[in-house]
Design a protein around this ligand. Sequence first.
Ligand SMILES: Cc1cc2nc3c(=O)[nH]c(=O)nc-3n(C[C@H](O)[C@H](O)[C@H](O)COP(=O)(O)O)c2cc1C
Length: 401
Amino acid sequence: MQQRRSRTKYLPTIGGEIVKWTVGGKGLPAKLLSCANRVLDRLTDEKISKMNGLDFRFSVAPMMDWTDRHCRVFHRALTRKAKLYSEMLTTGAVIRGDRERLLGFDACEHPVALQLGGSSPRDLAESAKIGEDFGYDEINLNVGCPSDRVQDGRFGACLMATPQLVGECVAAMKAKIRVPVTVKCRIGIDDQDPERSLDELARSVVTAGADALIVHARKAWLEGLSPKENRDIPPLDYDRVYRLKAAIPDVTISINGGITSIEEAKAHLQRVDGVMLGRAAYHEPWRLLAVDPELFGASSPHASMHEAIESLFPYIERERARGTRLHAITRHMVGAFHGVPGARAFRRALAENCVKTDAGVEQLREALRLVKSAVAFSSEVETGSREENASKQKKVADAAA
Ligand SMILES: Cc1cc2nc3c(=O)[nH]c(=O)nc-3n(C[C@H](O)[C@H](O)[C@H](O)COP(=O)(O)O)c2cc1C
């Protein structure tokens, strides 16, 4: 019998992971095999990279000190579909730092994007390759951070003033990696005219091959405002982002800044391709339970916040065994039960018991019990389907907030 040719291609899977899929060899009926191989032949590398399962509809923003790997694992227990971003890592740290500690992540986190800070095309290309080799699904360039440290390094938001250089950075990364390269930017800085600054940046990075643009819909004022103030004081201009999308409809545009609920996210999705939530997702993570049912028409991974947190117990035990303190994980859960009965007791338990050096899953279980025993939450919220429960949980919290 003729030996079937075995070929390996990289194909998308639901959830955004790229896997090796071997077609050929034993096991596949001839007709199915030839059909599958015909499909594979039509997939150019470019098409594969475009359709590697990444969905831009909803993402949780990169946030320094907040969206570390433990935070992302927690968020992943609340939504399978959202794209999760790392904290920003500078190219210097990626190239010369302790890579496993800085870049390592849990397999459950996919789809997960690595955000890089830098302005040297060569260093960014090298860092992007390192990130891709670590398994990140997307590499994102930070063109929005206004901190002094970042300005000293001539990257972040100040790159809005040099769109050509940003284009060179994107081109260098694109030449080195197969996963999508995206840019997160502001609409402008200081006295720039946002009509020009955003157009120029977009033109430069799209020409260089950027796969998507995430726009924080306000300027950064580099003189006189702290990074925190720069997230609130410069006025939001969503229309400017909508106009960008209308001008370049074929380019994937995601909007960010001041979006506080999934309802608001839905409204933005009428005008742009994606919505990125930062502080609302972090402070009120229960909102993430509604993301899959409401934005993707899919089941949420867990029927309630309780179940979601309980599903993390094996992860927590593994991490404890590696020496991670419980607090490193539970510090991201402070807002888990915001506004529901028992929430305050839960927060107190996190602050008093889960911070102890030897605290483990048992202390978290105890903290959860405090919420579970609160009448309204347990009887009202946890009796329906996953979608119903997620939506009820949100309503209870909305009403109480
Ligand atoms: C604590 C914190 C850290 C942040 N760190 C980063 C970062 O590393 N990279 C980045 O591009 N933006 C960073 N941001 C900005 C957010 O990604 C986002 O653009 C901003 O908070 C606006 O979105 P929001 O109104 O939904 O929070 C940070 C925001 C916060 C609150």
